[in-house]
Design a protein around this ligand. Structure first.
Ligand code: NCD
Length: 312
């Protein structure tokens, strides 16, 4: 594997499977009374979050702690960033403190790539603007494999605000690498320019696609990134692109419903769908910890054999 994880495209099929298999071994830990491994003792992981986060930040923190790393949580609020310190100077400061890995979330697409040029440690992209969120795609693939037994050959439908979604982009790339077939469904105003070059299909008709899907992944409508009207009304959006119980009933028997969170209940997903047995939303969060443990472990130099051994 590369030293950094900046994009889902950094992973070839073998790398991606190695992460998923390692995560599976590490997940066994979660069932034990003592959940900690000594693997990253003495290593330092910095969580550098310039944007709000609940799941991703806490999950990286827990992942690093379960591997016994020292963890520094840095958020832009309350730091010298609010005094105008640049990303570069912030990075160099962390480097001087001996960070072995920097997990970064930033509103600017490409920020983790810049960071990777400035520091010696590993950089993990935890979401950059509307660009990528590779560990989310990995935990989503892990969840599909856990529920459905495979990723290859699955029909995965990703629905909603694709334009602003780093989750969608990373999922399309990773799922393609793993041999799934992806269809994006969104209003034309919420599709990015150049989407025709992505390795997936595009549809505007959710009712036509749902009955052929093994997985339906709903995306949050990202109002904080919208400056202008992308659809007439929320009601109209929900009617055409939301997943309610009626639509969910047209899914094949074993199909699952995913959402990366945070959800807008009643907008892109009805509460009864989010809380149904098909929903994997809570599992996705739990799996995020195992997948991020695997990523930190593999980037900081461990191989699969050692992961298996230390989890044994
Ligand atoms: C996503 C994100 O931040 O990109 N959430 C997450 O990481 N679980 C999706 C979103 O904000 O809608």
């Amino acid at each position: 594997m590369n030293r950094h994880l900046l994009s889902a495209a950094d992973l070839n099929r073998d790398d991606a499977l190695l992460v998923l298999d390692t995560a599976e071994e590490l997940a066994r830990l979660a069932d034990r009374p003592i959940k900690k491994l000594p693997t990253l003792r003495g290593r330092t992981v910095v969580n550098l979050f310039f944007e709000d986060s609940t799941r991703t930040r806490t999950s990286f923190e827990l992942a690093a702690k379960r591997l016994s790393a020292d963890v520094i949580n840095f958020s832009a609020k309350g730091s010298s960033v609010s005094k105008g310190e640049s990303l570069k100077d912030t990075a160099l400061t962390l480097e001087a403190m001996g960070a072995d890995a920097v997990v970064v979330r930033h509103s600017a697409s490409g920020a983790p790539h810049r960071l990777a040029h400035w520091i010696r440690g590993s950089v993990v992209n935890a979401g950059d603007g509307t660009h990528e969120h590779p560990t989310q795609a990995l935990l989503d693939a892990f969840t599909m494999r856990q529920r459905l037994g495979r990723v290859e050959g699955l029909h995965v439908t990703i629905v909603g605000d694709v334009l602003h979604s780093r989750v969608a982009r990373s999922n399309v790339l990773l799922l393609h690498t793993l041999g799934a077939e992806v269809t994006l469904v969104a209003p034309p105003t919420l599709l990015p320019v150049g989407v025709d070059a992505w390795p997936c299909d595009v549809s505007f008709d959710l009712d036509a696609v749902v009955p052929k899907s093994d997985v339906v992944m709903m995306l949050r409508v990202q109002r904080e990134r919208m400056h202008g009207g992308f659809f007439p009304t929320t009601r109209e959006y929900s009617r055409r692109y939301g997943l309610d119980a009626r639509r969910m009933a047209t899914l094949p028997d074993d199909a699952i419903v995913m959402h990366p969170g945070p959800m807008n209940r009643g907008v892109e997903i009805a509460a009864e769908v989010a809380d149904s047995v098909r929903s994997t939303i809570v599992e996705q969060v739990a799996n995020g910890v195992s997948v991020r443990m695997a990523v930190l472990y593999l980037l900081l130099g461990g191989g699969m054999a050692e992961a298996v051994e230390s989890a044994a």
